[in-house]
Design a protein around this ligand. Structure first.
Ligand code: TXA
Ligand code: MG
Length: 321
């Protein structure tokens, strides 16, 4: 059921159920972190492998303290600069965080989402929740309550509707452990903004292939069912790929190019704004996936700001063995 009742959401969570929560990045599928059975049911609902740990969502720095062994100085600096916001930090976990949440790792990923209704709900609940993105494993993340409803509607007790996600890409995951600042997943907080606060550019350890440090970062992820291809030149690639009678989907940053009439064309932004493009990307991928198309061709985005994270998602959506 979709609604805006914080009280209903809290009741479902307290009863061991799952609640879809809005955040500024994407919708999450939440359970109380202290309830192992509820947390396990997240994995079941998403068909998510047990080796892929969850992100814990808190509403204050006070919530953070009991969950971790220490708060490294750099982590505090980043949290103070960007929380609430699209940044997930890794910490050495305390015994308050079960191995189910962390998939047996000694570390736990934590963030404070920037969404009033979710922060209010967390305060009313009085404890943190574990929440991965609210999509079946491997599929595109949801940026509206309806996205969640369509795919997981029968598996969640309540969907808290907070409107369209304002950023539209999952959080950036940063580790400051081992005296090094490293980005493990590109996301809604750009490298440029991180660099501004750190005073230096963080190292990227996002391997193109499975990254053992961020176990959920599989090559094939964030994918549509319709085969998707990443393109440096939409018009030329389309001419090359399209066969007689085929209908293709196109994802272009902005207007200006010419495509065959029977293509389904979506523009991510009126004037090429990358933040607006990020907000629309996942909805557009989902919309195109509903047509019966031979393929989807997506334009590679400029490699700056949120363009970097969008290219990462499109690359994984396009990955083929
Ligand atoms: O924006 C977001 O981060 C959204 C919203 C709901 O908060 N959540 C999200 O969760 O994207 P999920 O489960 O789709 O991705 C979480 C990823 C995992 O796949 C894994 O790679 C990484 O976070 N992760 C979690 N715990 C980790 C840990 N202890 N060490 C390294 N990576 C971890
Ligand atoms: Mg996910």
């Amino acid at each position: 059921m979709i609604g805006t009742s914080i009280q209903d959401a809290v009741e479902v969570l307290k009863g061991g159920g799952l609640v879809a929560i809005p955040t500024e990045t994407v919708y999450g599928l939440a359970a109380c972190i202290a309830n192992d059975e509820a947390v396990l049911s997240i994995f079941k609902a998403k068909n998510r492998p047990g080796f892929d740990p969850l992100i814990v969502h808190v509403s204050s720095l006070n919530d953070l303290k009991p969950l971790v062994k220490t708060i490294p100085e750099q982590a505090l600096k980043l949290a103070e600069a960007f929380w609430p916001g699209p940044l997930t930090l890794l910490f050495e976990k305390s015994d308050k965080v079960s191995d189910i949440v962390s998939s047996g790792l000694p570390t736990v990923a934590i963030r404070m989402p920037q969404h009033n209704i979710t922060l209010e709900m967390l305060r009313a609940l009085g404890e943190p929740v574990a929440a991965p993105s609210a999509n079946p494993f491997g599929y595109v993340s949801p940026t509206t309550a309806e996205h969640v409803e369509r795919q997981l509607g029968d598996k969640v007790g309540y969907i808290l509707d907070g409107g369209q996600a304002s950023i539209g890409l999952e959080s950036t995951i940063v580790s400051v452990l081992d005296n090094e600042v490293r980005v493990l997943r590109l996301g809604g907080l750009s490298i440029e903004r991180l660099t501004e606060v750190l005073g230096f550019e963080p190292k990227l350890t996002i391997s193109k292939h499975s990254n053992p440090e961020a176990p959920g970062q599989l090559d094939k992820h964030y994918a549509t069912k319709t085969p998707l291809y990443l393109s440096n030149d939409l018009e030329a690639d389309l001419r090359e790929r399209i066969s007689e009678g085929e209908k293709w989907g196109i994802i272009a940053l902005k207007k200006g190019k010419q495509f065959p009439e029977n293509c389904e064309v979506f523009y991510l932004s009126e004037n090429g704004d990358l933040d607006e493009a990020a907000r629309n990307l996942f909805s557009v991928m989902r919309k195109l996936d509903e047509f019966q198309l031979s393929g989807i061709l997506a334009e590679r985005l400029p490699d700056v700001g949120l363009g970097k994270a969008m290219n990462d998602r499109l690359n994984r959506a396009a990955y083929r063995n």
